[in-house]
Ligand binder design. Structure first.
Ligand code: FES
Ligand code: FES
Length: 157
């Protein structure tokens, strides 16, 4: 059985068993290794991708469920090799350590800041509850997210 989807704007077809976790298809079949299989139990957020715009744990998502969907991975957010604004602020704030959590962190924050462009510190922390970082203590990540929001506020009257 073939399963069709768009991945980062390109039509892709998987020939995997329909119950194969999406992360396996992305990494092993499509060679998109940005999403990280850390816990494989839906707790850590390192495998997060966007499915039809919604942050989704690709470790728990059978590939059959994304038939006909738009999937965006971390490889899809930096068009032409340019960091998106969340990635750029994370880098500027020196927020990245080992980096294992960051593909999921970036996709979660990108989605969150599109929907809540001017969040409070508490809003950012709440948005990150599904993304576990074992290295950083979160403070610089939160500062980076608030800096993205600050840039939005400067642009928008
Ligand atoms: S690897 Fe999917 S949530 Fe941890
Ligand atoms: S930077 Fe290492 S887990 Fe977050």
């Amino acid at each position: 059985m073939a399963i069709d989807m768009a991945v980062n704007g390109e039509a892709r077809r998987s020939a995997c068993d329909p119950l194969t976790p999406l992360i396996n298809v992305l990494r092993d079949e499509f060679h998109l290794t940005g999403a990280k299989p850390v816990c494989r139990e839906g707790f850590c957020g390192a495998c997060t991708v966007l499915v039809d715009g919604a942050p989704t744990a690709s470790c728990l998502t059978p590939v059959a469920l994304v038939e006909g969907c738009d999937v965006v991975t971390i490889e899809g957010v930096s068009a032409g090799g340019r960091l998106n604004e969340v990635q750029a602020k994370l880098e500027q704030h020196d927020a990245v350590q080992c980096g294992m959590c960051f593909p999921g962190m970036v996709l979660t924050l990108t989605h969150f800041l599109e929907r809540m462009p001017r969040p409070s510190r508490e809003d950012v922390r709440a948005a990150l509850t599904g993304n576990i970082c074992r290295c950083t203590g979160y403070e610089r990540i939160v500062e980076a997210a608030l800096a993205v929001a600050g840039a939005h506020a400067e642009i928008r009257p």
